[in-house]
Structure formats: C-alpha cells, structure tokens
Design a protein around this ligand. Structure first.
Ligand code: 7RM
Length: 633
C-alpha cells in the first residue's frame, strides 16, 4: 500500500537526508502518493515553535476512516482487518473483514448521530479490548467527533476528571470486561464517575460479560439494539487537515493530566508511513501489538497505522498470564503472527517464567519483534532475541511518546541493525538534539544530554486541550525553538541514540507513565497524612516500582492497615496501577532551605544506592536522612 518504502540502508540514508533537506517536498510526496484526499493542501507546513504553532497540509480535506477502510474495499474487502482474540482461549476468535468493519463503523457512526453527536463533539470511550473499542474510535472519526479514550484500568475519579476536562457529551462503555480470571464492572465505575459529570447526555453500553447492571433511564442505552436498526451507510464527514482527531490524556510531573490533541492529516500520514517501514509490513502479514487501545501505542499501532496500510491487526482482550504464561506464544502460533510488538515489562515478566512456557509453541511465523514504553535492559533484549526471535528477527526498540503521535527513533529492519538498549536512529524527518545543562546543544558523537526535537514532524500533538499555555511551558520553554521530550539520552560513537529515562518526576511503572504529584495529592487526602514523597526504584519486572515516604500527623498509628488505606486512596483517585510497592513512614522528609523535598536523596535510598548521597549539608534537616536510611525497606 504505502509507496516510498525503506528497504535497505541506501533507502534510509537517501530518504533521511531528503526529509531533512526538504521536509515539505518529502512529506507532500508521501501524502500525495498514499492517501485519498477530498481536497489538496495549499501549504504543506507552517510552524513557529516560539508561539508555538504547527500545521501540516493546511487547506486539505479528508476523512481518515475513508483512508483506513473505504479505499481498501475494492481490493481487500474480504481480507481480515481486525482479528479479535478473546480473553478466554476457548471462546472462538473473530475475524472482522474490511467489508464488515466498514458496515459496523458506519452503523456505529449512525448511532452516534442519532444520539446527537456532531462534528467537534467530544466522546469518551471507556471500554475493554473488545472490537467495539476500535469500532467506536473509527465511528467517531467517521463523523468528526473527537474521541477521548480512557484506559479501562483508570478509576472513577480519574475518569470523571478526563470527561470534565474536555466536556464530553457521551460515554461509550460496556457492562464489564474480562481480564484473566477476573471480571471488571466497568459500568459501575462509569456510574460513579458520572455523579461528577454534568455534561454527559448519553451512555452507550456494549454487552460483554452479560451482567445484570442498572441502566439510568433516558441516559443509558444498550448498544446492540441501536446498531441493529442503524443504516449500514454513513457518509464520511469532510474534515480539515488540522481538525482534531482525538484527545488522549497523559500524566505530567505536576497537576492534572494533559489532554494531548492530535489532528487529522499529519497524524494519518506519519502513523501510516512509520507503521509500514518500521514493521516492514507485507500484504499477508498478521501484525500484533499487545498494547491497550487506551494508550497512544494502541491508537497509532493497533488501530490507525495498521488499518491505513490495509493490514490485519490482532486485538487481544486478555493478559499475558492467563490461562498461563504461555498465552502470548500460543496466540502467535495460533494466528501465525509475523510482527509482534510489546513492552519491556511484559518481556521481563515472561522471561521470569522460564522456557517451559515458550518452547511448546511454534514461533516460526515471526519476522520482526518490537518493544515500546520504556528502556529495555540488555538482559531482556537478549532473552527476546534468543528465545522469541530465535536470533532471526530484527528487534525494533521504538522510542516515542503520546505527544509525538508516532515512532520517532527506532531501528528499521534491513536498513541498519538494532543494538541492545538502543533505539538507534531517528525516523525520516526527525531531527533530535541533545542539550547540556546550560541549554547548549551538544554537537558530535559520544555525548549525553536532554533529548529535544528541533523540527516539526507531521504527527506531533498540536496543543493541550483547553490549555495552550501549558503546552508551551511544558514542551517549548525549556530550550529555545525546540520541543523538549522530558527524556535523557546519549548518542554513541556511531551516532546511535540510547534513551536513558525520564529527567522529570514521571515514573514509568510497567510501561505506564505516572506523575508523582497526582499520587502524592491522593495520599495527602488521608486525614492522618502530613506529607508524602513518591520516588521510583529499579524493579526486575516493572522496570520501576513506586516507593512512598510518608510523614504522619500522628505517628502512633503507623501500621499496615494505614498502608492499605493509603493504597486504597490511590486506587480510587488514579487507579490500581499507581498503588505503592513500598510505604515507609518517617518523621520527616529531607528538604532544601527553600522547602523543596530533595527527591534525589530519597531516590537513592529507595534504590539502596546510598554510598554517595552527594552534598546533604545544604539541607534544612540533614539529620532526618540518617533515620530514613536506617528504617528503609
Ligand atoms: C509510546 C509511549 C512516553 C515515555 C517516553 C520515554 C518512555 C517510550 C521508549 C521509552 C526508552 C523506548 N508513550 N519510552 N518508549 N524509553 N526506550 N523505546 O510509551 O507517552 O506513554 O510514554 O516512555 O520516557 O518519554 S508514553
């Protein structure tokens, strides 16, 4: 499907230079040759990082779902678009062809219309990994409604915050979901969340677990009967290139989650082109990304990127450990998966289970392996390479962010090799820069600094919903005329990049980005908590785990039930993923004279790396450090 493929190192070098030397011509060529437009653009790129403003393909009109679905129907109508593998291995998998996807998306879009959803309205999608999730995303895009998918592991409080932040009119959910041996009552979480959401006019409920749940009359509607009577035709709404396609929330180091806004044309062009080249997708391949569609990885590389390429994309409802730790590999064998894309935390968890759960399965269909979400340690990389790829599958360690929309730094199979723990080289048109502490760009190789991007790329987030000022402050203020990623990185002697991790207070736990501030806010709501500080520490499986230092108003009650109450609060405010692994009650926290908690010291204590704590003499209360160390967990 996608023309201008990168097939070898010569292609990479030629196209990388072309995209740097003349970005407008490069991206205009990709855009013109590979997509269906209703009207061509008048200007390829308009940008100024000091405002900041970025627009791609301005003046163009299109609908992304016509590019994902309609245009494939003539030649690929009977090809499987979405291959659904249920949580329960005994339940049959479901192959949704492009023809069926077309019909189901159109019906769903008509249901949205019938409930008063119009172009530009925000729709919150809170669903497990069932086909309705992908279909509802596409149905929104069909009529120009802006989808805001909230990961179904988030709590009612987190959900209501996200619904209210962008004034959603509708929630799409299900009666519940299956996750391994557990069922999750999603609808009751929605009901709780909606007690705080005045703007919601209707709730569409898909049936998955067939539980008996209360429906609020006039607000809640079972989805299936509406779909059954909806027309199979829905004209795709004409969208401008820069009309918002979706909002996706990501945690920052402080404050409320940020609703990153992605727009239509640039996102489409970049996700399609990266998908094709990084995964070297061929027409008969079966591609599987294990992420949840609630994260950017699922948006870009389960739904949009693959479908734009007319690919078969596998959607898995369950978890890697159910019914046993061989599940991923049994799915690879069952569906003859060719590209497999997962997170380092999953690889580490599976490696721990030993080869007994790997060797029974035939993994010979695999051609390319991918990782995303956090740095992959060398040990996990080698295990993946040896035991899953059998030393014949290139590994693409893909570095990118919710904000970047698509993969930014990654190996490209057959063009150049991956290397353990290195994301390697930038994709076409991506111009990384490493900055030193004084804000000066580090030139040449063998340097380490903070990772910025110097030039716009088509799929970058355009703003934070409702707060352009925060967008500017977070990403464009640390360094003049540069997008700051929040990550540190080094460039080795060959110019290859290794991402060293976050340089702010975001901790990546099992691939989930968690800001420390919201967790501290949650803990501090406990009536007996005076103050708290959360830091990350290295964890074999999760990558990083959470360590909370908590001071109490009344230290007599520092016991395990208080720890449980603290985790309950976190679970309620944010979700179970943010629960603390360790909680240490302490009489005080190390502070600077200006009153800032010295997290650097707490990080070292939590990591059991206390040989050199650095200068603590400037602390307001140096004596507390000794006590914290003595009692550390
Ligand atoms: C796609 C995604 C973004 C943060 C990012 C990094 C970290 C992601 C890698 C990585 C090292 C990688 N979006 N990160 N991929 N670190 N190597 N290949 O994960 O918004 O949820 O997270 O994740 O710190 O800034 S995200």
């Amino acid at each position: 499907m996608i023309k201008f493929e990168i097939k070898n190192s010569e292609d990479y070098n030629k196209n990388y230079s072309a995209a740097i030397q003349n970005p407008e011509e490069f991206w205009a060529t990709i855009a013109k040759k590979n997509f269906t437009w209703k009207r061509p653009w008048s200007k390829v790129l308009d940008w100024d990082f000091s405002i900041p403003k970025v627009s791609w393909f301005e003046g163009a009109q299109l609908n992304i779902t016509e590019n994902c679905i309609d245009r494939h129907l003539e030649t690929k109508g009977d090809k499987t678009a979405i291959l659904f593998e249920p949580n329960n291995p005994n339940e049959p998998s479901e192959a949704i062809t492009y023809n069926e996807l077309h019909k189901r998306v159109n019906q769903f879009a008509n249901v949205l219309n019938s409930k008063g959803i119009q172009k530009g309205d925000r729709v919150c999608i809170y669903l497990p990994m069932i086909p309705e999730l992908a279909i509802s995303v596409l149905a929104c895009a069909r009529i120009g409604a802006i989808h805001s998918v909230v990961f179904a592991g988030f709590s009612a409080t987190a959900l209501s915050t996200r619904i209210n932040d962008c004034d959603c009119k509708m929630v799409i959910t299900s009666d519940g979901g299956y996750r391994g041996a557990k069922t999750i009552d999603l609808k009751s979480i929605v009901d709780t969340a909606l007690l705080d959401c005045d703007g919601i006019e209707s709730v569409l409920v898909a049936k998955r677990i067939h539980s008996d749940i209360p429906m609020v009359s006039g607000r809640d509607f079972w989805l299936q009967p509406l779909l059954d009577t909806a027309s199979e035709k829905c004209e795709a709404t004409v969208m401008d290139a820069e009309d918002p396609l979706f909002i996706l929330y990501t945690s920052g180091s402080t404050g409320q989650p940020k609703g990153m806004v992605h727009t239509t044309a640039g996102y489409m062009v970049y996700t399609a082109y990266t998908f094709k080249n990084i995964f070297q997708y061929e027409p008969n391949d079966v591609y599987w990304c294990t992420a949840d569609i609630g994260w950017i990885t699922g948006h870009s590389y389960i739904v949009y990127g693959p479908l734009l390429n007319g690919a078969t994309t596998l959607m898995f409802e369950g978890v890697p450990s159910y019914p046993d730790y061989g599940r991923f590999w049994s799915i690879v064998e069952k569906h003859k998966v060719t590209q497999f894309y997962t997170a380092p935390t999953a690889i580490r968890a599976l490696a721990k289970e030993g080869l007994e759960v790997v060797t029974p399965y035939d993994l010979s269909s695999l051609k390319i392996l991918g990782t995303v979400g956090e740095p992959i340690n060398e040990e996990a990389w080698h295990w993946y390479n040896d035991h899953i790829g059998k030393n014949k599958c290139p590994i693409v360690d893909t570095w990118w962010q919710t904000e970047t929309g698509g993969i930014m730094i990654s190996p490209i199979p057959n063009s150049f090799e991956g290397k353990p723990a290195f994301a390697t080289l930038p994709f076409m048109g991506i111009q990384p820069a490493l900055m030193d502490e004084n804000g000066v760009e580090l030139e040449g190789n063998s340097v380490e600094g903070r990772l910025c991007i110097k030039f716009p790329w088509p799929s970058m987030a355009r703003t934070i919903w409702g707060n352009h000022q925060r967008y500017k402050e977070t990403y464009f203020s640390a360094y003049d005329q540069k997008y700051f990623t929040g990550d540190g990185a080094l460039r080795d002697e060959n110019g290859h990049y290794r991402i060293t991790g976050r340089v702010d207070d975001v901790i990546i736990v099992s691939g989930h980005n968690l800001g420390t501030a919201p967790i501290e806010d949650a803990i501090n709501e406990h009536p007996n908590v005076a103050e708290s500080a959360i830091v990350g520490y290295p964890h074999d499986i999760k990558g990083s785990a959470l360590y909370g230092f908590v001071t109490l108003k009344n230290s007599d009650i520092s016991n395990d039930s208080l720890k449980a109450e603290i985790n309950q609060l976190i679970s309620k405010q944010i979700g179970p993923i943010a629960k603390l692994d360790k909680i240490q009650f302490t009489s005080g926290l190390p502070k600077t004279r200006s009153g800032k908690i010295m997290r650097r010291i707490l990080r070292k204590i939590a990591s059991k790396d206390t040989s050199n704590l650095g200068d603590i003499s400037t602390l307001l209360n140096p004596e507390v450090v000794e006590t914290i160390m003595k009692n550390s967990l």
